[in-house]
Design a protein around this ligand. Structure first.
Ligand SMILES: Cc1cc2nc3c(=O)[nH]c(=O)nc-3n(C[C@H](O)[C@H](O)[C@H](O)COP(=O)(O)OP(=O)(O)OC[C@H]3O[C@@H](n4cnc5c(N)ncnc54)[C@H](O)[C@@H]3O)c2cc1C
Length: 325
C-alpha cells in the first residue's frame, strides 16, 4: 500500500488551479493504491488555504504557518515535506510542474532517496506499482516510467493535465511539528517579476489562440489581444506561430507547449494538428475561425466559423464589447 502526498504551491494563501487538480488526482491515485491522500501547505496563508482544500477529497491537510518558510530559501520547505512524508510512510509525492515545483521535487527526491519523473500527464497502476506517463524528447515520444522499488516516488505533474473536482468528506487539518533546528540561508532581498503571460495562459477562463493563418506578429496584438481582453482571457498560439517568431514560445499550446483547459477556446487560423489538439482538447467549448471549413480542427470544435479571421474577429470583438456595455 502506498499513500499520496501533494505539495501545495501558493503565495500568501493565493494558489493556482493546479493545486486543486493535484488534490483530486491525489485522491484518485490513493484509491487505486489502497492508501490515503494528503496535502502539505506551508508558510503564511497556509491555514486559510487549508480551509479551501477541505472542499477536495483529501484525508488530511498538513499545515505549518511558519514564517521561516517565507524568510529562508527552500530548505525549511524540504524539511517540512520530508517530515510529513516520513510520518505518512511509503508515498508517491505530487508536486506541480512549475519553477517552484521542480525546485522542491528534485530536493525532496534527493532527501528521500526516491526516483523522480518530471512533467507527468497520467498515472498507471498495476499490481500496486505506479508508472508515470510523461511526454519526452519534445513530445516526440510518450513514456511510462515506473518508480524503482522503494518507499517513495516523486512526480512533477503538468498543470491542466487532470481535472479538479471538489467534493469530499472534509479533510482533517493537522499542524506539522517544526523539524529540529537547522541553519538556513536567509533571503535578504527579493524581486519578483510576474511572468504574467505564463500564469495567465494556464489559468485564463478564455484563451484566444492564433496560428499560421494570421500571417505575422501584428495580428496577435491588433486582432487577438483586443478580443481576449474583451472576454477577460489570454492570447495563445500554435507552434507554427511561435516557430515563425511571431510570439514567444511561452504562448505555445500543444504537445511541446502548454496544456490549457479554459471554459472557452477560440482557435483562429489554426488547422488543428494532433500536436496542437492535445494541448487544448479538454477546453469547455471550442470555437474555430478558419477559412477552410474542412480543416481538421472542425472535427473537434463545437462551432466552426468559416471565413477570413481579419473580417470576423474585429466584428466579434465589437459584439462582445457591446454586450458588456
Ligand atoms: C514533435 C512535434 C511536436 C509539435 N508540437 C506542437 C505543439 O505543441 N503545438 C502546436 O500547435 N503544434 C505542434 N507541432 C506542429 C503541428 O504538427 C502543426 O504543424 C502546427 O500545429 C500547425 O500550426 P497552424 O495550425 O498554426 O498552421 P497550419 O497547419 O498551416 O494552419 C493554418 C490554418 O489557418 C487557416 N487560415 C489561413 N488564413 C486564414 C485566415 N485569413 N482566416 C482564417 N483562417 C485562415 C488555414 O485554413 C489553416 O487551417 C508539433 C509537431 C511535431 C512534429
Amino acid at each position: 500500500m502506498q499513500h499520496v502526498v501533494e505539495v501545495v504551491e501558493h503565495r500568501k494563501g493565493q494558489t493556482r488551479k493546479v493545486t486543486f487538480e493535484l488534490a483530486t488526482q491525489a485522491r484518485d491515485l490513493a484509491d487505486r493504491l489502497g492508501g490515503t491522500a494528503h496535502a502539505v501547505v506551508l508558510g503564511s496563508g497556509a491555514a486559510e488555504l487549508a480551509e479551501q482544500l477541505k472542499a477536495y477529497p483529501l484525508d488530511a491537510v498538513h499545515v505549518a504557518e511558519d514564517p521561516d518558510v517565507d524568510a529562508y530559501l527552500i530548505d525549511p520547505t524540504i524539511d517540512y515535506v520530508e517530515a510529513v512524508a516520513r510520518a505518512v510512510g511509503s508515498a508517491v509525492i505530487l508536486v506541480p510542474n512549475t519553477m517552484y515545483g521542480r525546485d522542491v521535487a528534485s530536493r525532496i527526491a534527493a532527501r528521500l532517496g526516491a526516483g523522480m519523473v518530471a512533467d507527468v500527464t497520467g498515472f498507471e497502476v498495476e499490481g500496486g506499482r505506479v508508472a508515470c506517463v510523461a511526454p519526452k524528447l519534445g513530445g516526440a515520444t510518450i513514456t511510462a516510467c515506473a518508480f524503482r522499488d522503494g518507499e517513495y516516488g516523486v512526480a512533477t505533474v503538468r498543470p491542466n493535465a487532470f481535472a479538479a473536482q471538489s467534493g469530499g468528506a472534509g479533510a482533517r487539518v493537522d499542524a506539522i511539528e517544526k523539524p529540529p533546528g537547522r541553519r538556513y540561508a536567509m533571503r535578504i532581498e527579493s524581486e519578483v517579476e510576474e511572468a504574467s503571460d505564463e500564469l495567465g495562459l494556464e489559468e485564463a477562463p478564455v484563451v484566444v489562440s492564433g496560428g499560421r493563418g494570421l500571417g505575422g506578429a501584428d495580428p496577435f496584438r491588433t486582432l487577438l489581444k483586443p478580443l481576449a481582453d474583451a472576454l477577460g482571457g489570454a492570447v495563445g498560439a500554435s507552434r507554427a506561430a511561435a516557430d515563425a517568431g511571431w510570439v514567444p514560445y511561452s504562448l505555445q499550446i500543444g504537445q511541446t507547449g502548454k496544456t490549457v483547459s479554459p471554459k472557452l477556446y477560440i482557435a483562429v487560423g489554426i488547422s488543428g494538428a494532433i500536436q496542437h489538439k492535445v494541448g487544448m482538447r479538454s477546453s469547455g467549448t471550442i470555437v474555430a475561425v478558419n477559412k477552410d471549413g474542412a480543416a481538421p480542427i472542425a472535427e473537434f470544435s463545437d462551432l466552426v466559423v468559416v471565413g477570413d479571421a481579419f473580417a470576423i474577429i474585429p466584428e466579434l470583438t465589437k459584439l462582445v464589447e457591446a454586450a458588456k456595455a
